[in-house]
Design a protein around this ligand. Structure first.
Ligand code: 2PG
Ligand code: MG
Length: 431
């Protein structure tokens, strides 16, 4: 392969639609030898320290247009990236960071930098003739991640009164990714029929991440539905399937109190901790994300101290995939796991640094989608490349979620006997 084949010869942008029907940025990076295309996803329950999206405002697209972002690609980004070697991801990304010049990517937009940064990695991989997971992860990239599958949606992702945002099933008892997806699909079918029986057929509509959004208001009702569906499908909760929750607690934290409106509860920090302790003693919950508000570091510490031996206590809005925030937080022992979403920080290089820092500190890393996502399967390859063995990408339904699962099926097939399904391993002895 000629080295000049990797030279960037063009960077373009196009508008695209995300899964909520809103506009987003698609970037196309061309080398002499190939091209890479990536689409930025978009969150609803965003952390306050995330890279911000650049949106046009005004009336068109209800203010969410990406015209400005696309013109920044054409006039600012393309001239600076053309001529660089696409394999030098760190240089491409530091160029984006320097061109942006702000602390939160507000000039270029985190949506713009995310799409360009990922498209560059894909272009380099395609030029090298390698699948993306191999290009990014080398020969070690052979672990298929255990999926955290959000099959009951609440909070900012659904119109029901559930305060906690995500209720997940985790198929740890499978011996391959494909088997895990089969088991999850069976449980999803039974969950649909149980919800239809208990609440009527109209209650089987789905939320943003493909999970059902039945009219339940208490977390225990949602967890009971999961246990019932797992059992109806012939599996054992606690061994075949573990359960997970993303509370997204910043969303129900007001004036120092945690307000679970659906349950009629107003809790202080210790009240909310007791609430979680109750759930974890009654259900096989092994994953608890953002149990406290992003500014309530004491809450996280207490959750990790009291529940960290039973479950992954995960920082999402807490860390915003930001390596600096994570590095500051690590000595405090806030969590034993960290969520990774490239668009929270805005470049692949920063997200890789975040993953490295987390790994050194012994934190599990979970590669995650956004609630507004697209057909771009990028995170499937990233999860295999990083090898932490965990991915969060919604229910086994809706195209923007299944694109990731379907890509993982391909990767598992391609790896053949080298493939290894993570299963229970990432849940063993968290600290
Ligand atoms: C989360 C995510 C994805 P959003 O809170 O973890 O599930 O939601 O993209 O809306 O921030
Ligand atoms: Mg979250």
């Amino acid at each position: 392969m000629e080295d000049t084949a990797f030279e960037i010869v063009g960077v373009r942008g196009l508008p695209a639609l995300d899964s909520r029907g809103r506009p987003t940025v698609k970037a196309i990076v061309e080398t002499r030898g190939a091209r890479g295309v990536a689409i930025a996803p978009s969150g609803a329950s965003t952390g306050s320290r995330e890279a911000v999206e650049l949106r046009d405002g005004g009336r068109a697209w209800k203010g969410r247009g990406v015209g400005l972002a696309l013109s920044r690609i054409e006039t600012v980004i393309a001239p600076a990236l053309v001529g660089l070697d696409s394999r030098d991801q760190a240089l491409v990304d530091s160029t984006l960071i320097a061109l942006d010049g702000t602390s939160n990517k507000s000039f270029l937009g985190g949506n713009t930098t995310t799409a360009v940064s990922i498209a560059n990695a894909k272009a380099a991989a395609a030029t090298a003739g390698l699948p993306l997971y191999k290009y990014l992860g080398g020969p070690a990239a052979r672990v298929l991640p255990t999926p955290l599958m959000n099959v009951i949606n609440g909070g900012a992702h659904a119109g029901n009164p559930l305060d906690l945002q995500e209720f997940m099933i985790i198929p740890v008892g499978a011996s391959s990714l494909l088997e895990a997806l089969r088991m999850a699909s069976e449980v999803y079918e039974d969950l649909r029929s149980i919800i239809a029986e208990r609440y009527g057929k109209q209650a089987t509509a789905v939320g943003d991440e493909g999970g059902f959004a039945p009219p339940v208001s208490r977390s225990r009702e949602a967890l009971d539905l999961l246990v019932a569906a797992i059992e109806k499908a012939g599996y054992t909760p606690g061994s075949d399937f573990l359960l997970g929750i993303d509370a997204a607690a910043s969303q129900f934290h007001r004036d120092g109190a945690y307000i679970l409106e659906g349950e009629g509860l107003k809790l202080d920090r210790s009240g909310l901790l007791e609430y979680y302790e109750g759930l974890l003693s009654d259900y096989p919950i092994a994953y608890l994300e953002d149990p406290f508000s992003e500014d309530d570091w004491e809450g996280f510490k207490e959750a990790t101290r009291s529940l960290g031996s039973k479950a992954l206590i995960v920082g999402d809005d807490l860390y915003c995939t930001n390596p600096q925030i994570l590095a500051q937080a690590i000595p405090e022992g806030l969590t034993n796991a960290a969520l990774l979403k490239v668009n929270q920080v805005g470049t692949l290089t920063e997200a890789l640094e975040y993953s490295r820092i987390a790994g050194l500190a012994g934190l599990r890393v979970i590669v995650s989608h956004r609630s507004g996502d697209t057909e771009d399967p990028f995170i499937a390859d990233l999860a295999v490349a990083l090898g932490h063995g965990l991915i969060k990408t919604g229910a086994p339904a809706r195209g923007e979620r299944t694109s990731k699962y379907n890509r993982l099926i391909e990767v598992e097939d391609e790896l053949g006997s080298a493939a290894k399904y993570a299963g229970k391993e990432p849940f063993k002895s968290p600290h």
